[in-house]
Design a protein around this ligand. Structure first.
Ligand SMILES: Cc1cc2nc3c(=O)[nH]c(=O)nc-3n(C[C@H](O)[C@H](O)[C@H](O)COP(=O)(O)O)c2cc1C
Length: 337
């Protein structure tokens, strides 16, 4: 019997497959289906501070209208006690997931203000989440802001949260940092327990018909996993933080590569949304069969065995491989002579 267990954020998980933040944690039935399919933990969809603040502002306006006697709003007459904000819904969902699932539930937070991150983080801890993932979706588009300042935002947030939240914290990072390994080291010093590589930044497109900007959500594919795989391979063994691979895992091969590179857990969203929970079971069985065929005894034996530290030629993950790849490329035959 192969030992598929892994350690992530101080939690012992029965296997490395974890559905990442997505709408699949919004319904108990879906979450239960994922657990039954073999998921070893569940990351919830994010709670967004901005959404909460705009609800609060609307409610304040509404109550003010009532008190000054606007007939239209007074007609609805909801009382503040009846009102349930997205925070209330989120906390209730943590309770519900915790009581119907056996696997750990990781809450996900996307804050804006420092006080918001801290207050909401404390609420999610209080509600019983097993860990907290910080979805810092920050597009560093301010020309005045230096790279150091961008990093400092993450670090300040983590340090302040640490004063109020004792749960394991995982930072979901953007792929664009000048020196990712050094930044990961700083996150470790600031009190994180893990990093999730990488947050998927949805890219706006241009509509050439009416020249408008299109907001769009495109699901990933397997080729997206290679960016993650390289950075896992570079980080494995160089940080004490646990590593989650998030992005482009659609098949058993994708998942195995992430583990070989050094992931402690492999997150999945797009593949589950596209193919259902059975895709998780297939990948789990596939990992087991692959390990068995090669006489591995456990996932731990596999983890990081092809990371940069274990390469005879560590340059395969670095610049030299770029030069080799360019030199060895030849265009498709018959197109260019
Ligand atoms: C429909 C959808 C909703 C998502 N919602 C969230 C979210 O609420 N919070 C978050 O941190 N990531 C969210 N993500 C990002 C995923 O958790 C994941 O990091 C990303 O999609 C890359 O993984 P994948 O290639 O397996 O899809 C969402 C992704 C999708 C496709």
């Amino acid at each position: 019997m192969i030992d598929l267990s892994t350690h992530y954020l101080g939690l012992k998980l029965k296997n490395p497959l974890v559905p990442s933040a997505s709408p699949l944690s919004k319904k108990l039935d879906d979450a239960k289906r994922l657990e039954d399919a073999g998921a070893s933990a569940l990351v919830m969809y994010s709670l967004f501070e901005e959404a909460l603040r705009s609800e609060e502002a609307m409610l304040d306006r509404f109550l003010l209208d009532q008190s000054i006697g606007h007939a239209e709003s007074a007609g609805f007459m909801p009382t503040p006690q009846d009102y349930r904000s997205s925070l209330d819904h989120y906390l209730e969902q943590i309770h519900a997931l915790k009581s119907s699932l056996e696997i750990p539930v990781i809450a996900s937070l996307n804050g804006v203000s420092l006080s918001g991150w801290v207050e909401l983080g404390a609420e999610l801890q209080q509600a019983g989440a097993d860990a907290l993932e910080l979805n810092v979706y920050y597009v560093a588009g301010n020309i005045e802001q230096t790279g150091d300042e961008v990093e400092q935002r993450y670090l300040d947030l983590l340090k302040v949260l640490r004063t109020k939240v004792s749960l394991p914290i995982v930072m979901k990072l953007a792929p664009q940092f000048s020196s990712l390994p050094n930044f990961v080291l700083k996150l470790e010093e600031a009190g994180a327990q893990g990093v999730a590589l990488f947050n998927r930044f949805f890219q706006p497109d241009i509509n050439l018909e009416d020249l408008s900007i299109i907001d769009q959500l495109k699901l990933s594919n397997s080729s997206d996993s290679l960016l993650v795989m390289r950075w896992l391979a570079i980080l494995h063994g160089r940080t004490r933080l646990t590593l989650a691979a998030t992005g482009g895992v659609h098949t058993t091969d994708d998942a195995l590569k992430m583990l070989l590179a050094g992931a402690d857990v492999v997150h999945m969203a797009s593949a589950l949304l596209q193919h259902g929970s059975s895709r998780l079971t297939e990948i789990l069985k596939g990992i087991e069969a692959w390990l068995e065929a090669r006489e591995y005894e456990s996932v731990s034996q596999l983890k990081g065995s092809l990371s940069q530290q274990h390469q005879k030629d560590p340059s395969v993950f670095a610049r030299e491989s770029y030069i080799r790849v360019l030199d060895s490329f030849s265009p498709p035959g018959g197109v260019w002579r």
